[in-house]
Each structure stands twice: as structure tokens, then as C-alpha cells.
Design a protein around this ligand. Structure first.
Ligand code: IVH
Length: 674
């Protein structure tokens, strides 16, 4: 009895949650929880209802096709219901689907069914109606029976034909497809909204839903929605009716609709799974969000035999990809102190599997971001990880917030050294003021100094640096060169051999290059390229150390901001003293040749795309050897662009500005001449 009460309670709880989530999803264009969580709760409810059918009520979310239409738009009754799809989350689910199909069609289990595999676009389902070849109506899916009339908004999408192409058009045609928000535009839209302090969209689908349901079509028109079409709802007054789903797509194409280019007719379910695996990789490189693959029995005759349930066709299934969004809890928020003293809040998460990896930490970037998203310790949050992108905490789920939670407070002092915190008015970052003695900052500076692109001290890794700093054996760069083997031998895990190797690489690092040395100093904002440009310009350490801000501004890519940072650094007597001591212990580099006779002397060069014969770093060094200044971005002052494979927007910009462009072969030609 107790059990039964628990089950009824859970069923009611699930219904309440699902109703709430689908209301905010469909009506408010705002996802409260990731799809994966919604799907899990939905499956749990379905399973309970399957086990206890007497508990099914007509208002259960499982009994409804979709969502209620909003009252802001005119309603539109779909003549043929717009169904949903059943989901498959595993290969087992997919094989069971294929097996059911054969059973229903009375076919041997060894038969191979022909499927059409289509990318499942993560957008908003829409129905378009053409009368005598003219677009007369467009509607959202709504609850599958009644949707919203969004005709004006649909007409703003350039790829939606207003009039059908071809002479042979049906008298009445209803086409279905997915309206979506291209990824790059989505990121741009959110970037702009953030800059203006406006609300952000949690994902491209919400952005598409919010845009297609704008009451002001001018706003819709200003955003780059697009649409892929994938079905015919109803067709009248046409002789040549399609016989397969692939025919349907072909017809749609000839009438002028945009059909996804990755669709494929596939023989047998095993090959469908291979296609799924292929697309799961390709997904990261597409310009739109995919959330799975839809398998559709290709023959329309077989589709008719299989028919549909009240909410989904039996001839199709959506094989979902691994979720890119999941939920977990923020166990703590710590602050990490970087090389330049910036304190970065980091969320310590209860580990969660998302986008193919287990995520337990996520940077929250800065306090403004934490407050804007209103993230608190103990919050249940949506975590997102797409492709190789670093994991992001998207938003808290506010109705699961702990009662006693409070907004994150600005730290009162540096968590590592206890010093005061400052914040410059023009920065979002907060910093530890103890520039010289904060151990966290020192550790980061030493890591940078010893790194491969800087002094390249092999063996002086994170762990050793931590130990040497904690023991106060190393307090600055100079101390590295004062180390003796005994300093390492006393540490756990170091023997004669490893200590000897590290001592040797410290000694080797004294022979370096001028640009590497400048880079190793870790001056704010001075990356490798700027260090190269500074070395080329000033040629000697003495000239560099006395440079004024005006002198510095003459260097390629150095503006007021970077010049000021360098000047500040050089002005600090502690820094000059340290550099002096480093020179005394014998850090040296070959004198730079007289570059003014070099072929590319003074020329500003940009590299774009992938070079096939050499790494970009090597190309950069070669250019600098020829006297060029290498920059990241194309501007009016660029003299030359070297374009490899997949050059992207820099090439277009260079062409616009009529800048000379060399391909890789021509670039190699120049190198050979030298
Ligand atoms: S077929 C009766 N094909 O997925 C068949 N749907 O989860 C109904 N979707 O409401 C849809 N790409 O919004 C189909 N290639 C595709 C799709 C697709 C995305 C969406 C559509 C549908 C939802 C079902």
C-alpha cells in the first residue's frame, strides 16, 4: 500500500514538473531544464503509466501531442495533425524499433528495411501552405492540432519560397520542416544582447522559437532564420504523387524548398547506425545544431501499413545524440589566481557526463558573469559542452534552488595570500594586489617563464614549481638559476638522474632568443607575436628597456593599451633589477642581424588558413627572419596575406582592401629566393 501511494505521488509530481517545463518551453520560449532531463522524466512517467495503466489520466503530458498555442497569435487548425517522434537513446532501442517494423509488416527478421536517414534539426517545426503554388499560410506546430499563424514572420526567411518553382504544382500543398537559428548568428546575437545588457537565449532552438514567434515581424526579419523542409502534410490536385520519402524530398527540392544535403537512403538498420556514428562526428562542424538522426521507413506504402499512434508515427524514430546539455549541482565556487593576479571564479560541480566527457569544473569567468546568471553555491544548474568547446554553466534552475541560498559575495581577500583585492573601473576582473609575493601569481608566472614557447625549461613542470614555491626556495625567475641539485634531491620523487636532467635543462635555457626572453617575462598582454615584433623593432635589450610609450606605440600591433602595460612593467625598479640579475647569470641570445636589408623588412604580414608544408609557427618564424612584422588581423596597414587551405574571412577582407595575397606555393617561392 505504502508503495502504491509513493507511485501515485511520483506520477503526480512528474506530471506537474513536465507540465511546467513544457509551458515555459513552448509558451515562454525558455527552457527550464535541458532536453535530456525532460526526456528522462517523460520516460519515467511513460514507464510508470505502462506498468500501472489505471493511473493514466487524459491530462497526462504523455497523452498530449505538444503544447498549447499562445494567445498572442491567431490560431491555426492543422488539417492533418503534426505528430511528434518517438526517441531512441541507444542502439538497443534502435534495433528494437527495426524489429517491431518487420513484425508489423510480417517480414522475416533477416529482411533489410530501406530507410531514409535525416539529420534531426534542433529548431521549431513549422507547416507551410501553398494554394495554386502561392504561399498563403504558415503555422507553428503548437499542440499538433492547433498552432499559431506566423505567416508574416515566415515570409522573412529568404529560403522559403513565396511561390513554388516548376510548372507542375499541386492545387493544394502543405509542406513541413524545421525553422532553425544558424549557430554563428546565434552566438553573435547573444554577444550583442550581452553587450546591451539584454536577455540571452539559452540555445539556438530557443532563439529560433523566440524569433519565429515575434509579434513584430521586423525583428524576425533582422535575424537570420533558415529552414530545412522534410515532409508533405497534405497534397491535392497533383498527378505524380511520390512513392518514397526520398521522392518527397526530391519533389520538395524541385518546387524550390531547401532540403538538408546530408539525407541518405540507407539499406538495413546496421548501416543506419553507421550513418548515425558518422554524423555524430560531423555534428561538431555543421553550421546548425543537430540533436539526432531521424530514421524513416522510405516506402510510403509501408509507412501507411505501419500507421501512427496518437502522438507519433510507427514508421519513424529519432535516434538522439549524446546530450550537449545536462544538469548537475554546484558544490562550491572557488577562486583561482592567475599569473597577472586576476581572480577567476570556478564552479566545482558534482561530476556530470555531458557532450562525451565528465565535467567537474567550469570557469565562471568573472563576478559580473556570476551575478548576471545568478549562480549560487548549491544551485542545480544546466551545464553545456558542445564539441571541443570548454564546458559552460548556462543557467540555474531556479525552482530547484535551496531555500537558504544567497548570491555569491565578492571575495574580501585573495584566497591564496590573504592580500587585498582591487578592481579597476574599466575592467570586469578583480585582482589580488600582492603582485610581488602572492604565491598563486608567482606559480603562474614561473609556469609561463618555463613553458615551451618561453624559456623552454624541460622538467620544471607544475608540480615541481608548486613545491619549490611552497618551500620558499624559488621566489622569482632568478632563483631558478640559483637552484642546486640538493634542492631537488630533498624532494620526494627526485633522484640523481632526474635532478641532473632538470639542472641541465635550466642551464640550457640560458641560451635563448631575444623574443623568447621578452615573452617569458610575462608582461600583461605581450604574447608571442608582440614579443617578436618588439624584438625586431628594438633589436637590443638596452634599447627595449629604455623605450618610452611613444617608442613602443611605433611597434607593429602595439596600441596605447599594450604600450602602457609594457611601460608600467619597465618602470618598476624590481623588474629592471630582476632583468639585470638574469643577464648577470648569463642569459644570452644571438645578436640580431641587420634586418633592414631583408626582403620583407617592415612589411606587415598576416597568415590565414592551414599551410600544408609547415606549421604556422614555423612560417611565422621564417617571416620574421625575413624582417616582416606578423600580425593576427587584416587591416588597412597589412601589406601581405598568406592564404593556406580554408582561409575564411581574413581572405575576403584582404581582397576587399586590395591587399596582395600569396598562396602557399608563392610563399615557398619567396623563402627559396632568400
Ligand atoms: S519528422 C511525423 N524529420 O523533431 C514525423 N522531424 O521530435 C514528424 N525534427 O516535431 C517529424 N528534424 O520538430 C522530422 N528530419 C526531421 C526532423 C524533425 C527535426 C523535429 C520536428 C519534430 C520533432 C520531433
Amino acid at each position: 500500500m505504502e508503495d502504491r501511494i509513493q507511485i501515485i505521488k511520483r506520477v503526480n509530481e512528474l506530471r506537474k514538473l513536465l507540465h511546467g517545463y513544457s509551458h515555459s518551453y513552448y509558451i515562454l520560449n525558455h527552457s527550464q531544464v535541458p532536453d535530456a532531463e525532460y526526456d528522462r522524466l517523460f520516460s519515467e512517467l511513460e514507464e510508470l503509466e505502462a506498468k500501472y495503466p489505471e493511473l493514466i489520466t487524459i491530462d497526462s503530458p504523455t497523452q498530449r501531442v505538444g503544447s498549447k498555442p499562445s494567445v498572442s497569435f491567431r490560431q491555426w487548425h492543422h488539417a492533418v495533425a503534426m505528430l511528434s517522434l518517438d526517441n531512441a537513446f541507444s542502439v538497443t532501442d534502435v534495433l528494437a524499433f527495426d524489429s517491431r517494423i518487420k513484425e508489423r509488416l510480417s517480414l522475416e527478421q533477416t529482411t533489410k528495411i530501406v530507410y531514409l536517414c535525416e539529420p534531426k534539426i534542433d529548431g521549431v517545426a513549422v507547416s507551410l501552405i501553398y494554394e495554386d503554388g502561392v504561399l498563403t499560410r504558415a503555422a507553428t506546430r503548437g499542440d499538433g492540432i492547433v498552432g499559431e499563424d506566423i505567416t508574416q514572420n515566415i515570409k522573412t526567411i529568404p529560403s522559403v519560397p513565396l511561390v513554388l518553382r516548376s510548372n507542375s504544382v499541386p492545387t493544394f500543398l502543405e509542406v513541413r520542416g524545421e525553422v532553425y537559428f544558424p549557430l554563428e548568428s546565434f552566438h553573435r546575437l547573444n554577444f550583442e544582447s550581452q553587450r546591451r545588457g539584454k536577455k540571452l537565449f539559452a540555445n539556438p532552438r530557443n532563439a529560433a522559437a523566440g524569433t519565429i514567434r515575434q509579434l513584430d515581424s521586423r525583428i524576425t526579419a533582422s535575424r537570420p532564420l533558415d529552414m530545412f523542409c522534410y515532409a508533405i502534410g497534405e497534397i491535392r490536385g497533383h498527378r505524380a504523387l511520390p512513392k518514397t520519402q526520398s521522392d518527397v524530398l526530391h519533389k520538395l527540392t524541385t518546387w524550390g524548398f531547401r532540403v538538408n544535403g546530408d539525407v541518405e537512403v540507407i539499406f538495413g538498420i546496421e548501416n543506419c547506425i553507421a550513418y548515425y556514428n558518422f554524423m555524430a562526428t560531423k555534428r561538431d562542424f555543421l553550421s546548425y545544431e543537430l540533436d539526432g538522426i531521424v530514421y524513416k521507413v522510405n516506402s510510403l506504402e509501408q509507412q501507411t501499413k505501419l500507421s501512427s499512434s496518437s502522438h507519433a508515427p510507427r514508421w519513424s524514430i529519432a535516434h538522439k545524440f549524446q546530450a550537449r546539455e545536462e544538469i548537475t549541482q554546484i558544490a562550491a565556487i572557488d577562486f583561482q589566481v592567475g599569473r597577472t593576479g586576476i581572480l577567476t571564479p570556478v564552479a566545482r560541480l558534482n561530476p556530470v557526463f555531458v557532450g562525451g566527457v565528465t565535467v567537474s569544473n567550469a570557469s565562471l569567468h568573472n563576478m559580473d558573469e556570476v551575478w548576471r546568471k545568478d549562480l549560487r553555491v548549491g544551485d542545480t544548474v544546466i551545464v553545456r559542452r558542445a564539441g571541443d568547446v570548454i564546458p559552460e554553466v548556462v543557467a540555474p534552475i531556479k525552482d530547484r534552488r535551496l531555500e537558504n541560498s544567497s548570491a555569491l559575495a565578492m571575495p574580501s581577500c585573495c584566497p591564496i595570500c590573504g592580500s587585498k583585492i582591487t578592481k579597476n573601473a574599466d575592467e570586469v576582473a578583480i585582482r589580488c594586489t600582492n603582485v610581488l609575493f602572492c604565491k598563486a601569481q608567482l606559480k603562474e608566472s614561473l609556469r609561463h617563464f618555463a613553458s615551451r614557447s618561453a624559456m623552454n625549461i624541460k622538467g620544471l613542470g607544475d608540480e615541481l614549481i608548486d613545491k619549490l614555491v611552497d618551500l620558499d626556495r624559488v621566489k622569482n625567475f632568478y632563483d631558478i638559476y640559483q637552484l642546486v641539485p640538493e634542492d631537488l634531491l630533498v624532494l620526494e620523487g627526485y633522484g640523481e638522474k632526474s635532478a641532473g636532467n632538470i639542472m641541465a635543462s635550466i642551464a640550457r635555457s640560458k641560451h635563448t632568443t631575444f623574443p623568447r626572453f621578452i615573452y617569458a617575462l610575462g608582461i600583461h598582454e605581450v604574447g608571442e607575436i608582440t614579443a617578436q615584433n618588439l624584438a625586431n623593432h628594438f633589436r637590443t635589450l638596452d634599447a627595449f628597456m629604455v623605450a618610452s610609450r611613444e617608442d613602443l606605440e611605433k611597434v607593429a600591433n602595439v596600441g596605447v593599451k599594450i604600450a602602457t602595460k609594457i611601460e608600467d612593467f619597465l618602470k618598476k625598479s624590481g623588474n629592471c633589477e630582476l632583468i639585470g640579475k638574469l643577464m648577470e647569470i648569463g642569459i644570452n641570445w644571438p645578436k640580431l642581424e641587420d634586418f633592414s636589408e631583408k626582403k620583407l623588412w617592415g612589411k606587415s604580414v598576416v597568415i590565414t588558413g592551414t599551410l600544408e608544408t609547415m606549421a604556422r609557427e614555423v612560417a611565422k618564424e621564417k617571416l620574421i627572419y625575413l624582417g616582416a612584422k606578423v600580425s593576427e588581423n587584416v587591416s588597412r596597414s597589412t601589406d601581405l596575406l598568406i592564404a593556406g587551405v580554408n582561409p575564411g574571412s581574413k581572405l575576403a577582407k584582404a581582397r576587399n582592401l586590395e591587399i596582395k595575397v600569396l598562396n602557399e606555393e608563392e610563399f615557398l617561392g619567396i623563402l627559396k629566393e632568400d
